[in-house]
Write a protein that binds this ligand. Sequence first.
Ligand code: HEM
Length: 413
Amino acid sequence: MGTRRADYDRSMTTQLAMFNPFLPSFLADPYPHYAALRGQDPVHRSLALQVWVVTSFAEAEAVLRDADTYSSDLRVATSPLAQALNQQRNASPLGHVATVLNSDPPTHTRLRGLVNRAFTPRTVEALRARIETVTRELLDAAPSDEPFDLMQALAQPLPVIVIAELLGIPPEDRARFKAWSDAIAATTRPMTPQATIEAARRATTELIAYLEPVIARLRQHPEEDLLSALVQAEDSGDRLTHEELLAFGILLLVAGNETTTNLIGNAVLALSRNPRELDELRRDPSLLPRAIEEVLRWDSPVQTLIRFAKTDGRLGERQIRAGESVLVALGAANRDPARFVDPDRFNIRLERERHLAFGLGPHFCLGAPLARLETEIALGALLARWPSLHLAGEPVRGGTFTLRGLEALPVAV
Ligand code: HEM
């Protein structure tokens, strides 16, 4: 087994490295592919996908820090592929509206300032007790006298329930909310089929129709939730338009659900496959925050981000032209040996350098404290309740080359 792996690694580095994220072997394990690219061509031109692919930490960091050169606004891109994506986006409800994710300064600065205020560490910390209760209820409901799927039982429902609560959605509407969220999030996959795009449009229209009266009610009777805070931001002048408010609510759904689900799933898988680390964590639960950072680095839930060059410039050894797209492979940068000692080892004891799993610079993940809190509570509860939790079958990989995660994770306790 060890020899076969070594032969494989050698063949990956002697052949000319290519970026083909649609290969089944890439989805199963992108890291040897990334290592080959990083070793040979860290800023690589993919002709098929019409993008530059950045796999080294230093260049990934340089792109993310430099929002003046590398835009988050798809309209900057000139490739036919990017233009087709742009058309697709404009055809969806609210597709044309600026959000923190798809805008550059000064629009980004204005929006981020408003949502930062509504999304303070206090708002997040105030959720701790509720997240603990929801986690306990989900684990109580798990069929623990036989093997069960941890994704279905905990990793999938927890983030959507938390975001629903954050937005002030009542429990009886959660199932509808989750269905809308899944339909919209499905379009974040590359090469989305037309039927999926149509389903997402319907879901967005229904979600807007659902949110409008909620917003009207909160305007009259504000509560303690995030949506009330945003409504007040909208009302306090023309600083957040009504469409921007709706688009932000929808962005939260898409940005915070599958990502956190994947972090929880990737964490349980990483720990199950590295029993020494799992034992260590069981003996010393204070290592939990560090273990979560190591999962974020070692098996990043968001594997790639995209930027668009506004001007000509150099990146590493390469010349990038205005209008070209740059895919920043966070998952690859987070395994760069120039940055991390023994990067392919999952090691919760090492004090590691900062990773890029939540991005960097002005677009650094707004929900990072929430994602960390949810995962800490979820893993803490699993370890405390079921000290002998273990895999009960082969995990089923889901996700895409952009969002790395599991569809199913059979466990027994
Ligand atoms: C493990 C879970 C998560 C991961 C790995 C993750 C990752 C990321 C990354 C890499 C970015 C940077 C995007 C870019 O630079 O283009 C980002 C941005 C963002 N994330 Fe997260 N995220 C997670 C959870 C969440 C949660 C729970 C929320 C909210 C409830 C959230 C909301 C956002 C928002 C609004 C942005 C855009 C910020 C901006 O562009 O200024 N994320 N996230």
